[in-house]
Design a protein around this ligand. Structure first.
Ligand code: FE2
Length: 362
């Protein structure tokens, strides 16, 4: 039984500097550390926490640390794996394998003075992994090998209020989306929740297809995108070229107050996609009652998609690292909105296209 997202591990060029950016810009606390000072000679990891969100930044310390150095050389900084919390690692793993999952690591235990932790991993996308984790017999701060940071990081920033992971999105090649949706549905007992076909997500120039799979009780949502033919290069194609493969495109982070979150993130220096002013004129014409002031949304560049009785407020950051690959989405769901902002796709994708042009990938 899957209980929810647990943590996401990134492989990066310099974990210490990336951890500093996540602390300073996104408001994470640097809560744990693994490296030479506590017995790990070949890699260093910083464990970051903000409310229910747990991230790990890991980099190689030796040229022989091939799993990390070859990942970073090929893909740039990116998501290596994310783990889901389960009540039984053995049974979640074996169920997945029996239904066709590709094994990366069989269930294993690691231990320290705080107890025993059980994990296992399966392959998803090209170079990405999905982990199963269970903390029933472990009381340490994160995992065996991690201790409190060796130095006291005093990093001042605006409180971003980021709360939890809402969904994690993968980009795959043309004609691979259905295969991956089936893979999750079969191996994790998920179901396809929403499907965006030809014409649903398109601008004048480029297009993509998307399927959202989810755990049946909705605790995990995994949208999968593939490029679709258009006049110009799809942003999914650009991702695959620049990332040199398929992988995680974005993580959507939920906040209970998106106005405060975006205000704080902007003050902290986070860059967001730029939405044209005409978007807000259209939004006002819809005359849908929302709690937020539309002028305030415009000032902060936040998008609003109406969906039945509910609505969804969202905004995408610009790519976080050097390559136009991984980014974050900040999202607030109001009155039970369940969607992904279909009404905003055009505005968002036109904004992405403007940036693609600047990069010469158009
Ligand atoms: Fe999203």
């Amino acid at each position: 039984m899957i209980q929810g997202f647990d943590h996401v591990e990134f492989y990066v060029g310099s974990a210490k500097m990336v951890a500093y950016w996540y602390a300073k810009a996104l408001g994470f606390a640097i809560a744990g550390y693994r490296g030479p000072e506590n017995g790990c000679k070949d890699r260093t990891s910083y464990y970051l926490v903000k409310n229910k969100i747990k991230l790990v930044m890991t980099s190689a310390l030796q040229p022989e640390t091939q799993d990390i150095s070859s990942f970073v050389t090929t893909h740039g900084d990116g998501v290596k794996r994310f783990s889901v919390l389960v009540d039984n690692v053995e049974s979640a793993y074996h169920r997945a394998i029996e239904h066709g999952a590709i094994s990366v690591r069989k269930p294993y235990r690691s231990e320290d003075k705080h107890g025993t932790l059980e994990e296992a991993f399966i392959r998803i996308y090209d170079d990405t992994e999905l982990g199963f984790i269970n903390y029933d017999h472990y009381t340490g701060l994160f995992k065996p090998g991690f201790d409190a940071p060796i130095q006291d990081f005093v990093i001042q920033c605006e409180d971003t209020g980021l709360e939890s992971i809402d969904h994690i999105v993968g980009n795959v090649r043309e004609k691979e989306m259905d295969r991956w949706a089936d893979y999750f549905n079969k191996t994790l007992d998920f179901e396809t929740f929403i499907e965006f076909g030809p014409g649903d997500i398109t601008t004048k120039y480029s297009a993509l297809l998307s399927k959202v799979v989810r755990a049946k009780d909705n605790v995990i949502k995994l949208p999968i995108n593939e490029p679709y033919k258009g006049l110009k290069k799809s942003q999914i194609e650009e991702y695959i070229e620049e990332y040199h493969g398929t992988g995680i495109q974005h993580i959507a982070i939920a906040t209970p107050d998106i106005l405060s979150s975006i205000r704080a993130l902007r003050k902290n220096g986070v860059e967001f996609l730029e939405v044209p002013a005409t978007y807000y004129e259209e939004l006002k014409k819809k005359k849908f009652k929302i709690t937020e002031d539309i002028d305030e949304l415009q000032k902060l560049g936040i998008l609003c998609d109406i969906e039945g009785q509910g609505y969804l407020l969202q905004l995408f950051t610009k790519p976080i690292g050097d390559r136009p690959t991984f980014f974050f989405e900040i999202i607030q769901r109001r009155n039970g909105a369940q969607g992904f902002g279909q009404g905003n796709f055009q505005a968002l994708f036109e904004a992405i296209e403007q940036d693609q042009k600047k990069r010469g990938n158009w």
